[in-house]
Design a protein around this ligand. Structure first.
Ligand code: NAD
Length: 340
């Protein structure tokens, strides 16, 4: 039984904490939280122990009648590994605490790559993360891209990719973020940072990305164009490569999947917690092949896609469980693949 502390209980931390609590080989020591709010109350109702950075926060929680189990440092000390899901840049600041206490930690994609020894996507490089002290699970878009590129490199010998990313502007709760009536080129410069981020996992891969923000809170959409060097490929080969790889879901418009909304509705109807889609979605009927080029649309549910990666990262860092076994356990606990 490995003891896991989830520090930061926001969009990602809440989902990861629930996923850790479902693992039969892990114990959730508790969650780290700074704000005394209804989410802290709900965490307490679930039976999660709440840890706070300092006595100041402890007093704020106590004044609202929310029980605090101790300070963040106590929870890190009591754990085999911490999953840091604090906002961009805070994880890097927390690194010194984890180092000081001699404990391994898993960071998220909002941190710079150098926060960890390895940038992690389970299907791509689980073995490189085994036994490491500090690992970064890459961002949602990078996770989706790496899963798909890895499948196509192995399945059809993909040599390069050019991808245009329509990014959801904000998560559903972020009421102060926009735009609400424009498409914002973000960044205007090409390539966007996603290309470099993919290369932190799939070293040296030839990829260019362009990105824009669209007025939407659910799911990023990628327009993907890939190329194999030399030989022609068939559509069936592409489908086979994607279908046989883990955590990729092929969906078809003829049964109603025509927008981001239908993806979230699918997850809700299927009974997934919070309407989460852990898989990267590829529209099967968008897959088109011309000579040595392949094109398709794919979707990334930003709030959920990195959840299975965080669970596998725990096993990579602090257990001897090999990848296939870890991924099977993680997927079984989360209901992956979604049955349709
Ligand atoms: P969030 O703002 O929803 O959650 C972060 C939580 O950490 C908040 O509840 C905040 O109050 C809390 N916090 C702040 N300082 C803290 C501290 N010192 N100790 C404990 N808790 C603290 O952020 P998020 O969207 O969950 O993002 C977390 C990380 O995951 C970031 O690196 C982000 O880039 C990455 N990520 C986010 C998404 C997404 O779409 N939201 C997707 C993939 C990866």
């Amino acid at each position: 039984m490995r003891r896991v502390f989830v520090n930061g209980y926001g969009v990602i931390g809440r989902r990861v904490a629930d996923a850790i609590a479902r693992q039969t080989d892990m114990e959730l020591i508790g969650i780290g939280k700074t704000k005394a709010d209804y989410k802290a109350r709900l965490a307490a109702v679930k039976g999660y122990r709440i840890y706070v950075p300092s006595e100041k926060e402890a007093q704020a929680f106590s004044s609202l009648g929310i029980e605090v189990a101790g300070l963040t440092a106590d929870a890190v000390r009591a754990s085999d590994v911490t999953i840091d899901a604090t906002p961009d840049g805070v994880g890097a600041k927390n690194l010194s605490l984890y180092r000081e206490l001699g404990k391994p930690a898993i960071f998220q994609g909002g941190e710079e790559a150098d926060v960890g020894e390895v940038s992690f996507v389970a299907e791509c490089n689980y073995d490189q993360a085994r036994g490491r002290r500090y690992v970064r699970v890459v961002s949602c878009n990078t996770t989706g891209l790496c899963r798909v590129i890895n499948a196509l490199v192995k399945g059809i010998g993909l040599g390069s990719a050019r991808v245009v990313i329509a990014r959801r502007a904000a998560d559903p709760e972020e009421v102060s973020k926009g735009p609400i009536n424009a498409i914002v080129l973000d960044p205007v410069e090409v390539p966007s940072h996603h290309a470099d981020d993919v290369r932190t996992v799939i070293k040296g891969f030839d990829i260019v990305t362009m990105a824009m923000k669209v007025p939407n809170t659910q799911v990023h959409i990628h327009s993907f164009i890939g190329r194999v060097s030399g030989q022609s490929i068939t559509r069936d080969q592409v489908i086979e490569a994607l279908a046989s790889s883990r955590r990729i879901l092929l969906l078809e418009s003829k049964v109603g999947f025509k927008s981001t909304a239908s993806l979230i509705e699918l997850a809700r109807e299927a009974g997934r917690p919070r309407g989460d889609l852990y898989e990267v979605v590829v529209w099967r009927d968008s897959i088109s092949v011309s000579g040595n080029e392949v094109m398709f649309f794919m979707g990334v549910h930003q709030e959920a896609i990195v959840v299975p990666e965080n669970v596998d990262a725990v096993r990579a860092l602090v257990t001897d469980v090999p990848y296939r076994e870890s991924a099977s356990r993680t997927d079984a606990s989360l209901g992956i693949p979604l049955k349709l």
